[in-house]
Write a protein that binds this ligand. Structure first.
Ligand SMILES: Nc1ncnc2c1ncn2[C@@H]1O[C@H](COP(=O)(O)OP(=O)(O)OP(=O)(O)O)[C@@H](O)[C@H]1O
Ligand SMILES: [Mg+2]
Length: 133
């Protein structure tokens, strides 16, 4: 079963007259139980992609689905409820507890550590996990 799916993701940043196309039509499908890494040179869009996949950022185009539930293009409170239920996010620093295993850190940062505080669209399911700098 596909637990994470992205279709034709686009993300632009604009600073003054300068426009950066950080994501240009990225599509992917991650099957359950698979470990997937995202690799590429600095500035190639890895952090932008992971932020869009986790619902922390909104793509300018395209869609993200977690277990067939669309997480993109929703109000922030709905995205955060979906994140709490389905997605564990470990940043490279700041929010890791050293005495816990990676699995336990992920459980704590995902909905599996407790009930969501807001109504969650879609059915309950196993969280997926992400880690990035
Ligand atoms: N908030 C922002 N405003 C403007 N441009 C941005 C912003 N965030 C990222 N970018 C630009 O988008 C592109 C992709 O950046 P991103 O941080 O996703 O790359 P990365 O692959 O994670 O890089 P690194 O390996 O250095 O972490 C880069 O050109 C970056 O300068
Ligand atoms: Mg990065």
């Amino acid at each position: 079963m596909t637990v994470l799916r992205a279709r034709e993701l686009y993300r632009f940043y604009r600073a003054g007259d300068e426009e950066t196309l950080a994501l240009r039509g990225v599509s992917l499908a991650v099957p359950g139980g698979k470990l997937v890494t995202v690799a590429g040179p600095s500035g190639s869009g890895k952090s932008t992609l992971l932020a869009c996949l986790a619902g922390l950022d909104e793509p300018d185009g395209g869609s993200v689905y977690v277990r067939d539930i669309r997480i993109s293009h929703r109000p922030e409170h709905e995205r955060s409820a979906l994140r709490a239920r389905h997605i564990g996010t470990l940043f490279q620093s700041a929010n890791l507890l050293e005495h816990l295993t990676v699995r336990r850190n992920l459980e704590l940062s995902s909905g599996s550590s407790g009930p969501a505080t807001a109504p969650v669209p879609g059915p309950a399911s196993t969280p997926c996990s992400m880690r990035w700098a």
